[in-house]
Design a protein around this ligand. Structure first.
Ligand code: FEO
Length: 394
């Protein structure tokens, strides 16, 4: 399958409707995904990226149905992660002389993964160009930490297409591939989930890089990322969203995340939601069980929140592993300027709140002083203590 983008530019990737997880099981896929590779057929024939190795045969068949591999003049490897470079070995078996354009860090990641130091690497940096013929060039822009040190984007002049690799992508399968053909609710849900779960740790770098790209005044008419839809209808709308998201983004939302053993801590969580409805009636309040709800979807809600409350009973002088594992992930995302509160029940030693507080502080949250720590099952009058947390967060 190929899809025409514009003039002599085509999509030649893989729409994966059945994918259920990504990065091992670290990222949940709810609406399919795609790996987008692109073919430019000007005087030169250029391939931009490939697809993940499980789809390498299908990819090579599609490519060879389109062109003779002898026609290929170069491949641009914008990022070494295997969802985009996974078919490279197969391609290089058939065209071992093919020049590979990538960043200096790209050479490190490709060599480290595929062990072919003899490949013809052509290292590029920001501002370098590749003439593709017919008056058009690819201009390269290094995008370090968006989201790997080796990442880069490529801008095709005259056609004004920005091939952005992972930036501006989503794990989202859309048969027609273009943003104006997608279900808009799902598209934005998947775009913010992708940003929240993958790009949040690099927000400061993203903010600087976005200003740099905007400052280049490129006449961008289409943004073609390596996952999900191609932005052809008002392509800058996703850039504007990234500018917002990279600036300590928050909505008027408070998210409660908890796990429970015998429902005591669950009662506290739901009482807090009720108290928040009183204390902050305009604030959106959501509740998730860390053991039952999807960790990435919870993280998206936390990304949108101005404050969170985290609860766990004490178990083994510590907290439940579902909450502990989730907090470790939260720490990795380095969210900023958000408040947090802690609560939990205990039977004997009662260290849970202290552990929660420590982990949230490590994750960069400002943990408010009031907390609720209940011995055994909360009595009705003890539930009212959740008001102190609600008021501190409201
Ligand atoms: Fe960083 Fe889509 O790979």
């Amino acid at each position: 399958m190929k899809v025409h983008l514009k003039n002599n530019v085509y999509w030649l990737g893989k729409i994966d409707w059945e994918l259920q997880s990504f990065h091992g099981d670290d990222y949940s896929i709810n609406n399919g995904s795609s790996q987008n590779a692109y073919l430019i057929r000007e005087e030169k024939t250029i391939l931009i990226d490939t697809v993940w190795s499980p789809h390498k045969n299908e990819f090579m068949d599609n490519l060879e149905a389109e062109i003779s591999l002898d026609e290929l003049d170069a491949i641009i490897v914008q990022h070494g992660e295997v969802d985009h470079s996974g078919s490279l070995v197969e391609l290089m078996k058939k065209r071992p002389d093919l020049p590979i354009y990538c960043t200096a860090n790209g050479v490190k990641s490709l060599s480290g993964q595929f062990h072919h130091p003899e490949w013809d690497y052509r290292v590029v940096k920001t501002g370098d160009t590749l003439d593709v013929g017919n008056g058009k060039s690819l201009v390269f822009v290094e995008m370090p930490m968006l989201h790997w040190p080796d990442s880069m984007a490529s801008f095709l002049t005259e056609d004004n297409i920005l091939f952005s690799n992972d930036a501006f992508g989503q794990h989202f399968a859309v048969a027609e591939l273009f943003n104006d053909k997608a279900d808009q609710c799902l598209l934005w849900e998947e775009a913010i989930k992708y940003y929240a779960n993958i790009l949040t740790p690099f927000a400061a770098i993203a903010k600087r890089k976005l200003q740099e790209v905007i400052g280049l005044n490129l006449p961008i008419e289409m943004i073609a990322p390596s996952h999900g839809v191609i932005w052809r209808d008002n392509p800058l709308q996703i850039v504007e969203k990234y500018v917002e998201w990279s600036d300590n983004y928050q909505e008027d939302q408070i998210t409660i995340v908890y796990d429970t053993m015998w429902d005591g801590t669950k009662k506290l969580a739901h009482q807090l939601a009720a108290e928040l409805r009183q204390a902050a009636p305009n604030t959106v309040v959501k509740i998730f069980n860390a053991a039952h709800n999807d960790k990435n979807d919870i993280m998206t809600e936390v990304f949108k929140s101005r404050a969170i409350a985290v609860g766990s009973p004490t178990v083994g002088n510590d907290i439940l592993s579902s909450v502990a594992g989730w907090l470790y992930f939260l720490k990795e995302l380095k969210m900023k300027q958000k408040k947090a509160a802690v609560f939990g029940c205990y039977g004997w030693s009662g260290e849970g709140n202290k552990v929660l507080r420590g982990l949230l502080e490590q994750a960069g949250f400002e943990v408010v002083e009031p907390e609720v720590r209940i011995n055994w099952n909360p009595r009705p009058e003890q539930l009212e203590e959740m008001k102190t947390i609600a008021e501190a967060l409201a």
